[in-house]
Design a protein around this ligand. Sequence first.
Ligand code: ADP
Ligand code: MG
Length: 388
Amino acid sequence: MTVWDAGDPALIAARLAEEFLARYDTPATCVGRAPGRVNLIGEHTDYNAGLVLPVALPHATYAAVRLREDGVVRIASSQIEDPWTGHRDDLASSEVPGWVGYAAGVLTTLGEAVPADLGIDVVLDSTVPMGAGLSSSAAIECAVGVASLAAAGRSVEADRDLLVAAAIRAETEVVGAPTGGMDQTISVFGRPGEALLIDFRSGERRGVPAEIEGHCWLVTDTRVSHALTDGGYGSRRADCERAAAALGVATLREADLAAVEALDDDLARRRARHVVTEIARVEVAATALREHDLATLGAQMAGSHASMRDDFEISCAELDTAVEAATAAGAVGARMTGGGFGGSSVALVPIDRRDTVIAAIDAAFAAAGYAAPRHLVATPSAGAAIVG
Ligand code: ADP
Ligand code: MG
């Protein structure tokens, strides 16, 4: 039974500042922290102008930084063997290792907030599992971004929208992963105790209390790694665009379920049906969460998983196993979360059933011959901030 700890932010920040000094022989200006996230419901809806309901994890990425006058970029990460040294003008080049784009891409996308000739020294550490569908990528973008803003003398509070936009561009333009914006939004705007209902049509964000007495959000990392640059995610985006075109709407947010059901093309119909029904489920789930209507909430999570498995086809055997085992062992609701093709599941679990549910998932994985999963408890936590 592996339960992944979030660590103590003050201790991690202090250790990172020490490592920065030892590595670069000069103190860091500040340490930024930005969380990973788990989406409670609403998958592949952000780029369809729909609704999502993520919470910020207590697990986060920490970045100790100092800006440089000479445009040189030096980055080291506890999660990556070899540090990288180069120049800010190289960051978008295909020669640069992928992780460097995630880590330092914001330097070029923050615009005039960080003057165009500056470089940066960075040391990173993270308690967000990488490639597990819990958005270690947004965590790293936002941690370096928030620290860079502070190091440049900007007000982090006033610049939160700028930070989200820069982090999205680092991921979509510098790295080339066609993601939709949910991850960076929650990593910057997460609040303790709350999920964030984000409407990607209006841009509206609303906090929804997400701590339920006697329950916890249990996240299970299947250890099946996905890569958003691999093609599955991009092909689903393209399917959605084709379905919207066939329906004559600008985005699937505008689509009507009856019109979707009447589509001749089976693939377009199933892809669009997932998006349209998923957006409706987010709305019902957010209301259920506010009203502590756990039966309705659980049913929405189950419906969401079935829709992703059967209509959107982004689940996998390990995710289905985690969801089925959690549900059979007493979870209120469970579903895969994140972009899919591996990654994690999320379950709402009575605290007194937590260890039973974990043991049941572990046993189901062992019986199927899968690698042992790891688990974490997603206590809704704060967004990006300076911590040292
Ligand atoms: P997810 O966001 O679900 O974790 P992604 O594929 O979007 O998965 O992002 C994972 C990638 O982000 C890693 O492969 C790596 O390139 C980069 N990354 C994330 N965290 C770190 C870290 N602490 N140090 C270095 N690179 C990281
Ligand atoms: Mg990611």
